[in-house]
Design a protein around this ligand. Structure first.
Ligand SMILES: C[S@@+](CC[C@H](N)C(=O)[O-])C[C@H]1O[C@@H](n2cnc3c(N)ncnc32)[C@H](O)[C@@H]1O
Length: 252
């Protein structure tokens, strides 16, 4: 029996207990879906889409691959992956938030949208060459279940990429990012006409980043799951790109 790993402790400002957590997260994402792209663009000074493209290329996504974008949100990773894999490949975008999937579908970024969660992927084993999850690993209920699912659906030799915001090294950088993410972004969302309803989500984002298990734990859970070639690349001091490969043959 695998040991469960919660990505962060209970955050009582946003939900009562772990039993109500998934529902509360879903409601926040559903409510914020229409303004998610606008607030993200503001938060990242317009670099969010280019960064995702660079990260996918660094992780080795190739034409012809079958790709699963877990927690696809409004679908930017899926859209970029579609461009790269081309007509000989296929990209599936999965998310539990109906609101996020609706935006992804209406903007024609996700060609194959699927409702579901990382912890119980609705796919057969050995289906994908590349599985990606961006800015969402903090939202799963159990890292171990999600990573076992990623390994199950990947083909032997398939690649995993997990991108997430992590607390930067250095007290000054950490304090600056905290003030920006926890105070400035939610305030800007609150006073703008587009983001009023999403202010809570952006405050929650920072709290999940700050309370998340350290990168070493994410890597050790990947290792316990049986992934090979586990690596963490840090971009711009705060974007952690965890990559790993499903072994070609089962380990004894
Ligand atoms: C911050 S958004 C990231 C969206 C997208 N990957 C991106 O890069 O913009 C987080 C997404 O995770 C999804 N999510 C929350 N819990 C999840 C779970 N247990 N399994 C899969 N996705 C989940 C949310 O619905 C939301 O769309």
């Amino acid at each position: 029996m695998q040991k469960p790993y919660r990505p962060h402790p209970t955050l009582a400002d946003y939900y009562d207990s772990d039993d109500t957590r998934a529902g509360a997260i879903n409601r926040m994402f559903d409510q914020s879906a229409p303004v998610y792209d606008a607030v993200n663009g503001f938060m990242s000074f317009g670099t969010d889409v280019r960064y995702r493209r660079d990260a996918l290329r660094r992780a080795g996504i190739q034409p012809g691959m079958r790709v699963l974008d877990v927690a696809c949100g409004t679908g930017w990773i899926s859209r970029i992956a579609e461009e790269i894999v081309g007509s000989s490949g296929a990209v599936y975008g999965l998310d539990p938030s109906v609101g996020m999937l609706e935006v992804a579908r209406s903007k024609r970024r996700v060609v194959r949208p699927i409702a579901g969660t990382a912890e119980a992927l609705p796919f057969n084993g050995d289906e994908f060459d590349f599985v990606c999850m961006s800015f969402a690993v903090r939202h799963v209920s159990d890292l171990s279940s999600a990573f076992h699912e990623y390994k199950r659906v990947l083909k032997p030799g398939g690649r995993l990429l997990i991108i997430d915001l992590t607390v930067p090294d250095g007290r000054l950088r950490r304090a600056a990012l905290r003030i920006y993410m926890k105070n400035i972004v939610p305030l800007a969302a609150r006073i703008s006409s587009v983001g009023r309803d999403s202010a809570q989500l952006y405050a929650y984002f920072w709290d999940t980043v700050e309370n998340c298990v350290p990168p070493e734990t994410v890597q050790s859970v990947l290792s316990d799951t049986g992934f090979d070639a586990i690596n963490r690349n840090v971009a711009l001091g705060m974007f952690s790109e965890y990559s790993a490969i499903k072994p070609l043959a089962l380990k004894p």
